[in-house]
Design a protein around this ligand. Sequence first.
Ligand code: PLP
Length: 423
Amino acid sequence: MEADSKKWRWQGTNRQQQALNTAEAAITVRGVGNSLRGNLDPEDERPVISLIHGNSSDFPRFRTSSAAEDAIIDALKSAKYNHYTPTVGLLPSRSAVADYLNKDLPYKLSPENVYLTAGCGQAIEVAFTVLAQPGNNILLPRPGFPHYEVIAGREGLEVRHFDLLSEQDWEVDLEAVEALADNNTVAMVIINPGSPCGNVYSYNQLKKVAEMARKHGIIVIADEAFAYMTFGVTPFVPMGVFGALVPVITLGSISKRWMVPGWRMGWLVTNDPTGLLQDSGIVEAIREYLSTSTDPSSFTQAAIPQILENTKEEFFSNILNILRDAADVCYGEIQDIPCITCPKKPECALFMMVKLNVSVLEDINDDMDFCLKLAREESILVLPGVAVGMKNWLRITFGIEPATLEVSFGRIKAFCQRHAKKQ
Ligand SMILES: *Cc1c(COP(=O)(O)O)cnc(C)c1O
């Protein structure tokens, strides 16, 4: 019997199809990574080095703290956490996250302000789903974290980009925010400590952002995935500090600071001392969304109080020292390569943005071409800036073993010399 092919064909809703079209059109980090890998030379016997990933957990030097490992084991072995958890998260763990954040806030969060999510990634989904009402738009930084564009596309939330200014320490272009915001703008996203630029916003810069958001009546979504991972002169200030000025939804996780992105443990926090988020119904919408979404696993949630309280300062300072050295090595090596420049030495996180000057290169058209040829000829994977909205830039991660970093830059230098325009 012949099957009716029509019957079996998936008929997506308009919204789903629209999202698929958007995803197809968008250049995703994963998609570009796959193209680069596809262009590797199988004859090259040297190890392939990836400077694309934002996950350093594979390297022995970045192993998570023993306190975090013990916390998971204790939670599991206690046999107390095999049940379903409340959809908003286990109360003692929400309380621990509130305490963790309260250390740097001028008011006190209560456990009710904290919702546990499967990493910061799910926290983004929760926030965007709740905010995506028909006609609404959201302001995103460029360059930024491409997951935002993908989720906004899926939820039908219109995206408008404001630039981060490369010549001004990657500050927010507030004039652009002013020009973009209208009555349908619901929120703006700030990623601080900064990724992929490696910048840290000062108290005063954040205050200006808060004032701008207040002026336009828009919520600030503060992506603090790299909270406290700063190793330069500017200290990390949580956006929640300005909660009395403007409602702030803070997104965070243990993925980066503890180097355990696979544990899928994060949070969404409403910094709402004035009660605006509560009164507008957003809090209720968050709770409702979470009542049917997938929760982080029970024992990972249960481990949170011990992870946050017992991890020694030494663990953090050791990681930050490694990252500071790695950023120094990268920055120094880049000075020696004429076709690339880094406007600002990274002060945080794992990435830096590097400007590519194709005019001094012989046969390289743009950042994509550069990265494809670099993969082919040197087995080095670097993300072209187009994947994060910045044509003719490169995004480089320095969160790898320092020795491997030096090998990488040796190969990048050889590549650039080979392709340099002859005088
Ligand atoms: C890694 C990252 C996330 C996602 O964090 P997870 O906890 O791994 O889901 C969100 N935002 C930024 C800026 C990140 O770098």
